[in-house]
Write a protein that binds this ligand. Structure first.
Ligand SMILES: Nc1ncnc2c1ncn2[C@@H]1O[C@H](COP(=O)(O)OP(=O)(O)O)[C@@H](O)[C@H]1O
Ligand SMILES: [Mg+2]
Length: 323
Protein backbone atom coordinates (compact mmCIF):
# COMPACT_ATOMS: atom_id res chain seq x y z
CA UNK A 1 0.00 0.00 0.00
CA UNK A 2 1.26 3.45 -0.86
CA UNK A 3 2.25 5.62 2.07
CA UNK A 4 1.56 9.28 2.60
CA UNK A 5 4.63 11.48 2.05
CA UNK A 6 3.01 14.91 2.49
CA UNK A 7 0.14 15.75 4.78
CA UNK A 8 -1.14 19.30 4.98
CA UNK A 9 -3.80 20.29 7.45
CA UNK A 10 -5.77 23.55 7.55
CA UNK A 11 -2.86 25.61 6.29
CA UNK A 12 -3.14 29.41 6.37
CA UNK A 13 -0.83 32.22 5.32
CA UNK A 14 -1.44 35.89 5.85
CA UNK A 15 0.79 38.61 4.42
CA UNK A 16 -0.16 41.41 6.80
CA UNK A 17 -3.94 41.63 6.45
CA UNK A 18 -3.98 39.75 3.17
CA UNK A 19 -5.12 36.14 3.52
CA UNK A 20 -3.22 34.43 0.68
CA UNK A 21 -3.79 30.80 1.72
CA UNK A 22 -7.08 30.18 3.47
CA UNK A 23 -7.15 26.80 5.15
CA UNK A 24 -6.04 24.20 2.65
CA UNK A 25 -5.69 20.48 3.41
CA UNK A 26 -4.43 17.65 1.24
CA UNK A 27 -2.25 14.55 1.29
CA UNK A 28 0.20 13.27 -1.32
CA UNK A 29 1.02 9.58 -1.69
CA UNK A 30 4.60 8.47 -2.16
CA UNK A 31 5.22 7.98 -5.90
CA UNK A 32 2.48 10.35 -6.97
CA UNK A 33 2.67 13.34 -9.32
CA UNK A 34 0.40 15.80 -7.56
CA UNK A 35 -0.64 19.02 -9.29
CA UNK A 36 -1.60 22.37 -7.84
CA UNK A 37 -3.51 24.02 -10.66
CA UNK A 38 -4.70 27.59 -10.38
CA UNK A 39 -4.48 31.05 -11.92
CA UNK A 40 -1.84 33.62 -11.04
CA UNK A 41 -2.28 34.78 -7.47
CA UNK A 42 -4.12 31.62 -6.39
CA UNK A 43 -1.56 30.87 -3.66
CA UNK A 44 0.51 28.14 -5.32
CA UNK A 45 3.97 29.61 -4.64
CA UNK A 46 2.98 30.58 -1.11
CA UNK A 47 1.93 26.98 -0.49
CA UNK A 48 5.16 25.55 -1.93
CA UNK A 49 7.22 27.99 0.15
CA UNK A 50 5.58 26.76 3.35
CA UNK A 51 5.90 23.08 2.41
CA UNK A 52 9.59 23.46 1.62
CA UNK A 53 10.41 25.42 4.77
CA UNK A 54 11.13 28.79 3.13
CA UNK A 55 8.80 30.51 5.59
CA UNK A 56 6.41 29.22 8.24
CA UNK A 57 2.63 29.19 7.87
CA UNK A 58 0.47 31.57 9.87
CA UNK A 59 -1.28 28.45 11.15
CA UNK A 60 -1.82 24.82 10.25
CA UNK A 61 0.38 21.74 10.12
CA UNK A 62 2.60 20.18 7.46
CA UNK A 63 4.27 16.78 7.53
CA UNK A 64 6.85 15.86 4.89
CA UNK A 65 8.24 12.35 5.15
CA UNK A 66 8.33 11.68 8.87
CA UNK A 67 9.08 15.31 9.76
CA UNK A 68 7.12 18.28 10.97
CA UNK A 69 7.90 20.72 8.16
CA UNK A 70 7.22 23.75 10.36
CA UNK A 71 9.65 22.78 13.14
CA UNK A 72 12.09 20.41 11.42
CA UNK A 73 12.85 22.37 8.26
CA UNK A 74 16.51 21.26 8.19
CA UNK A 75 15.58 17.57 8.06
CA UNK A 76 12.91 18.24 5.43
CA UNK A 77 15.36 20.11 3.20
CA UNK A 78 17.61 17.05 3.08
CA UNK A 79 14.97 14.79 1.57
CA UNK A 80 13.36 17.23 -0.87
CA UNK A 81 14.40 19.16 -3.95
CA UNK A 82 12.95 22.54 -4.88
CA UNK A 83 12.74 24.12 -8.30
CA UNK A 84 11.58 27.66 -7.57
CA UNK A 85 9.57 29.82 -9.93
CA UNK A 86 12.40 32.33 -10.13
CA UNK A 87 15.71 31.16 -11.50
CA UNK A 88 18.47 31.14 -8.89
CA UNK A 89 21.74 30.59 -10.77
CA UNK A 90 25.09 32.39 -10.99
CA UNK A 91 25.04 33.59 -14.58
CA UNK A 92 28.83 34.10 -15.08
CA UNK A 93 29.61 30.55 -13.95
CA UNK A 94 29.24 27.39 -15.99
CA UNK A 95 26.34 24.99 -15.52
CA UNK A 96 28.74 22.52 -13.92
CA UNK A 97 30.15 25.12 -11.49
CA UNK A 98 26.63 26.09 -10.45
CA UNK A 99 25.70 22.49 -9.81
CA UNK A 100 28.92 21.86 -7.87
CA UNK A 101 28.15 24.88 -5.71
CA UNK A 102 24.67 23.65 -4.83
CA UNK A 103 25.94 20.09 -4.35
CA UNK A 104 28.54 21.32 -1.85
CA UNK A 105 25.78 23.05 0.08
CA UNK A 106 24.30 19.57 0.58
CA UNK A 107 27.64 18.32 1.86
CA UNK A 108 28.61 16.47 -1.32
CA UNK A 109 32.26 16.36 -2.37
CA UNK A 110 34.84 14.43 -4.39
CA UNK A 111 33.73 11.57 -6.62
CA UNK A 112 30.22 11.55 -5.22
CA UNK A 113 29.74 15.22 -6.15
CA UNK A 114 31.15 14.67 -9.65
CA UNK A 115 28.87 11.71 -10.20
CA UNK A 116 25.78 13.61 -9.00
CA UNK A 117 26.58 16.60 -11.24
CA UNK A 118 27.01 14.34 -14.28
CA UNK A 119 23.86 12.45 -13.46
CA UNK A 120 21.62 15.54 -13.14
CA UNK A 121 23.11 17.11 -16.28
CA UNK A 122 22.19 13.88 -18.07
CA UNK A 123 18.65 13.92 -16.69
CA UNK A 124 17.95 17.42 -18.04
CA UNK A 125 19.86 16.69 -21.28
CA UNK A 126 22.33 19.55 -20.76
CA UNK A 127 25.59 17.58 -20.45
CA UNK A 128 26.82 18.90 -23.79
CA UNK A 129 26.63 22.48 -22.49
CA UNK A 130 27.96 21.67 -19.02
CA UNK A 131 31.05 23.88 -19.28
CA UNK A 132 29.36 26.91 -20.83
CA UNK A 133 28.46 29.95 -18.76
CA UNK A 134 24.81 30.05 -17.72
CA UNK A 135 24.64 33.58 -19.18
CA UNK A 136 24.91 32.06 -22.68
CA UNK A 137 21.81 29.87 -22.19
CA UNK A 138 18.26 30.47 -23.39
CA UNK A 139 15.52 30.90 -20.78
CA UNK A 140 14.50 27.29 -21.31
CA UNK A 141 18.04 26.00 -20.79
CA UNK A 142 18.36 28.00 -17.57
CA UNK A 143 15.14 26.39 -16.39
CA UNK A 144 16.59 22.96 -17.14
CA UNK A 145 19.68 23.77 -15.07
CA UNK A 146 17.35 25.01 -12.34
CA UNK A 147 15.66 21.61 -12.45
CA UNK A 148 19.07 19.94 -12.26
CA UNK A 149 19.85 22.00 -9.13
CA UNK A 150 16.63 20.71 -7.56
CA UNK A 151 17.81 17.15 -8.19
CA UNK A 152 21.40 17.48 -6.99
CA UNK A 153 20.76 15.89 -3.58
CA UNK A 154 18.85 12.96 -5.14
CA UNK A 155 15.66 13.93 -3.32
CA UNK A 156 12.80 11.63 -2.41
CA UNK A 157 10.40 14.32 -3.41
CA UNK A 158 10.65 17.25 -5.82
CA UNK A 159 8.68 20.50 -5.72
CA UNK A 160 8.38 22.28 -9.07
CA UNK A 161 6.86 25.76 -9.18
CA UNK A 162 5.60 26.62 -12.68
CA UNK A 163 8.72 25.20 -14.33
CA UNK A 164 7.62 25.91 -17.90
CA UNK A 165 6.58 29.56 -17.76
CA UNK A 166 8.36 31.49 -20.49
CA UNK A 167 10.05 28.37 -21.83
CA UNK A 168 10.51 27.49 -25.51
CA UNK A 169 8.68 24.35 -26.73
CA UNK A 170 11.84 22.26 -26.96
CA UNK A 171 12.93 22.90 -23.38
CA UNK A 172 9.35 22.49 -22.29
CA UNK A 173 9.29 18.99 -23.76
CA UNK A 174 12.61 18.18 -22.10
CA UNK A 175 11.16 19.28 -18.77
CA UNK A 176 8.02 17.17 -19.27
CA UNK A 177 10.05 14.14 -20.21
CA UNK A 178 12.41 14.56 -17.25
CA UNK A 179 9.48 14.85 -14.88
CA UNK A 180 7.79 11.77 -16.32
CA UNK A 181 10.98 9.75 -16.23
CA UNK A 182 11.89 10.73 -12.65
CA UNK A 183 8.48 9.60 -11.53
CA UNK A 184 8.24 6.43 -13.59
CA UNK A 185 11.81 5.18 -13.34
CA UNK A 186 12.95 6.53 -9.98
CA UNK A 187 9.56 6.49 -8.27
CA UNK A 188 10.10 10.11 -7.26
CA UNK A 189 7.13 11.95 -5.76
CA UNK A 190 6.43 15.32 -7.37
CA UNK A 191 4.40 18.36 -6.51
CA UNK A 192 3.94 20.38 -9.69
CA UNK A 193 2.28 23.79 -9.79
CA UNK A 194 1.01 25.29 -12.99
CA UNK A 195 -1.65 27.54 -14.45
CA UNK A 196 -1.59 25.50 -17.69
CA UNK A 197 -4.38 22.97 -17.51
CA UNK A 198 -2.95 20.83 -20.32
CA UNK A 199 0.24 20.30 -18.28
CA UNK A 200 -1.73 19.24 -15.23
CA UNK A 201 -3.80 16.92 -17.40
CA UNK A 202 -0.76 15.33 -18.99
CA UNK A 203 1.55 15.01 -16.00
CA UNK A 204 -0.47 14.70 -12.84
CA UNK A 205 -2.05 11.64 -11.27
CA UNK A 206 -4.17 13.90 -9.08
CA UNK A 207 -4.82 17.60 -9.21
CA UNK A 208 -5.90 20.09 -6.57
CA UNK A 209 -7.60 23.07 -8.18
CA UNK A 210 -6.76 26.17 -6.18
CA UNK A 211 -8.30 29.62 -6.44
CA UNK A 212 -8.23 32.57 -4.08
CA UNK A 213 -6.20 30.63 -1.52
CA UNK A 214 -8.69 27.77 -1.32
CA UNK A 215 -8.73 24.29 -2.79
CA UNK A 216 -12.00 23.94 -4.65
CA UNK A 217 -11.59 20.37 -5.93
CA UNK A 218 -9.12 17.48 -5.66
CA UNK A 219 -9.27 14.38 -7.80
CA UNK A 220 -7.76 12.65 -10.82
CA UNK A 221 -8.01 14.75 -14.01
CA UNK A 222 -10.33 12.07 -15.42
CA UNK A 223 -12.74 12.25 -12.49
CA UNK A 224 -12.68 16.04 -12.43
CA UNK A 225 -13.53 16.17 -16.12
CA UNK A 226 -16.05 13.34 -15.75
CA UNK A 227 -17.88 15.50 -13.22
CA UNK A 228 -18.98 17.71 -16.14
CA UNK A 229 -20.53 14.86 -18.13
CA UNK A 230 -21.02 16.25 -21.60
CA UNK A 231 -19.29 19.23 -23.10
CA UNK A 232 -19.85 22.95 -23.29
CA UNK A 233 -21.38 24.99 -26.11
CA UNK A 234 -20.78 28.70 -26.32
CA UNK A 235 -23.02 30.74 -28.56
CA UNK A 236 -22.28 34.36 -29.36
CA UNK A 237 -25.46 36.46 -29.35
CA UNK A 238 -26.60 40.00 -30.05
CA UNK A 239 -28.26 40.37 -26.66
CA UNK A 240 -29.02 38.47 -23.47
CA UNK A 241 -32.71 37.55 -23.41
CA UNK A 242 -33.70 35.80 -20.19
CA UNK A 243 -36.71 33.98 -21.67
CA UNK A 244 -34.48 32.42 -24.33
CA UNK A 245 -31.92 31.28 -21.77
CA UNK A 246 -34.62 29.63 -19.66
CA UNK A 247 -36.01 27.81 -22.71
CA UNK A 248 -32.54 26.51 -23.66
CA UNK A 249 -31.89 25.42 -20.07
CA UNK A 250 -35.13 23.40 -20.21
CA UNK A 251 -34.06 21.37 -23.28
CA UNK A 252 -33.64 17.67 -22.40
CA UNK A 253 -29.97 17.42 -23.44
CA UNK A 254 -29.00 20.63 -21.63
CA UNK A 255 -27.81 20.76 -18.06
CA UNK A 256 -27.55 24.51 -17.59
CA UNK A 257 -27.43 27.71 -19.59
CA UNK A 258 -26.06 31.06 -18.51
CA UNK A 259 -25.07 34.32 -20.10
CA UNK A 260 -21.56 35.65 -19.76
CA UNK A 261 -19.68 38.44 -21.43
CA UNK A 262 -16.54 37.54 -23.29
CA UNK A 263 -13.89 39.89 -24.58
CA UNK A 264 -12.82 39.14 -28.12
CA UNK A 265 -10.51 40.37 -30.83
CA UNK A 266 -7.78 42.96 -30.60
CA UNK A 267 -10.18 45.66 -29.50
CA UNK A 268 -11.30 43.40 -26.62
CA UNK A 269 -14.94 44.36 -27.25
CA UNK A 270 -17.31 42.59 -24.90
CA UNK A 271 -19.95 40.35 -26.44
CA UNK A 272 -22.74 38.31 -24.99
CA UNK A 273 -22.18 34.56 -24.93
CA UNK A 274 -24.66 31.91 -23.86
CA UNK A 275 -22.70 29.17 -22.14
CA UNK A 276 -24.49 25.85 -22.25
CA UNK A 277 -23.40 22.85 -20.23
CA UNK A 278 -24.66 19.73 -21.93
CA UNK A 279 -25.39 16.19 -20.82
CA UNK A 280 -24.41 14.69 -24.18
CA UNK A 281 -22.42 17.08 -26.33
CA UNK A 282 -23.43 15.86 -29.81
CA UNK A 283 -27.13 15.46 -29.14
CA UNK A 284 -27.22 18.86 -27.47
CA UNK A 285 -25.48 20.52 -30.41
CA UNK A 286 -28.22 19.34 -32.79
CA UNK A 287 -31.01 20.19 -30.41
CA UNK A 288 -29.70 23.67 -29.68
CA UNK A 289 -29.10 24.53 -33.35
CA UNK A 290 -32.64 23.38 -34.22
CA UNK A 291 -34.04 25.37 -31.34
CA UNK A 292 -32.32 28.58 -32.45
CA UNK A 293 -33.44 27.98 -36.06
CA UNK A 294 -37.05 27.39 -35.04
CA UNK A 295 -37.05 30.59 -33.03
CA UNK A 296 -35.31 32.53 -35.79
CA UNK A 297 -32.62 33.70 -33.32
CA UNK A 298 -29.28 34.59 -34.84
CA UNK A 299 -26.10 32.92 -33.62
CA UNK A 300 -23.11 35.22 -34.08
CA UNK A 301 -20.73 32.37 -33.29
CA UNK A 302 -20.84 28.80 -32.11
CA UNK A 303 -18.06 27.09 -30.25
CA UNK A 304 -17.99 23.59 -28.81
CA UNK A 305 -15.56 22.91 -26.01
CA UNK A 306 -14.39 19.43 -25.17
CA UNK A 307 -14.45 19.19 -21.44
CA UNK A 308 -11.00 19.55 -19.92
CA UNK A 309 -9.59 20.92 -16.69
CA UNK A 310 -10.13 24.43 -18.03
CA UNK A 311 -13.88 23.69 -18.29
CA UNK A 312 -13.79 22.21 -14.80
CA UNK A 313 -12.25 25.43 -13.51
CA UNK A 314 -14.80 27.51 -15.43
CA UNK A 315 -17.60 25.35 -14.06
CA UNK A 316 -16.40 25.65 -10.46
CA UNK A 317 -15.46 29.33 -10.42
CA UNK A 318 -17.37 30.90 -13.30
CA UNK A 319 -14.12 32.32 -14.68
CA UNK A 320 -11.32 31.33 -16.99
CA UNK A 321 -7.98 29.99 -15.75
CA UNK A 322 -6.08 32.06 -18.25
CA UNK A 323 -7.51 35.48 -17.50
N1 LIG B 1 5.40 38.70 0.07
C1 LIG B 1 4.13 38.99 -0.19
N2 LIG B 1 3.51 40.04 0.40
C2 LIG B 1 2.21 40.34 0.14
N3 LIG B 1 1.42 39.64 -0.69
C3 LIG B 1 1.97 38.58 -1.31
C4 LIG B 1 3.36 38.20 -1.10
N4 LIG B 1 3.62 37.12 -1.84
C5 LIG B 1 2.47 36.82 -2.49
N5 LIG B 1 1.49 37.70 -2.19
C6 LIG B 1 0.09 37.68 -2.68
O1 LIG B 1 -0.49 36.44 -2.28
C7 LIG B 1 -1.30 35.91 -3.31
C8 LIG B 1 -0.81 34.53 -3.69
O2 LIG B 1 0.46 34.66 -4.30
P1 LIG B 1 1.26 33.41 -4.86
O3 LIG B 1 1.31 32.37 -3.82
O4 LIG B 1 2.54 33.92 -5.41
O5 LIG B 1 0.28 32.93 -6.02
P2 LIG B 1 0.58 31.99 -7.29
O6 LIG B 1 1.90 31.34 -7.09
O7 LIG B 1 -0.57 31.02 -7.32
O8 LIG B 1 0.55 32.88 -8.50
C9 LIG B 1 -1.25 36.92 -4.46
O9 LIG B 1 -2.38 37.75 -4.37
C10 LIG B 1 0.02 37.68 -4.19
O10 LIG B 1 -0.07 39.00 -4.70
MG1 LIG C 1 3.57 31.39 -8.27
Amino acid sequence: MASVIVEVNDLHKKYGDFHAVQGISFAIQEGEVFGLLGPNGAGKSTTISMLTGLFPPTSGSIRVGSYDAVKQTDQVKKIIGVVPQDIALYAPLSARANLRFFGEMFGLSGKELNARVDSVLEIVAMHERANDAVSTFSGGMKRRINLAVGLINNPRMLFLDEPTVGVDPQSRNHIFESVERLNRENGMTLLYTTHYMEEAERLCHRVAIIDGGKIIAIDTPRNLIGMLGGGILQIGMAEAVEELRAAVAALPTVQSAAYMTQKTGESQTARVVMKIETRQANAALLEVINFFNDRGVNMLSLETLEPNLESVFLHLTGKSLRS
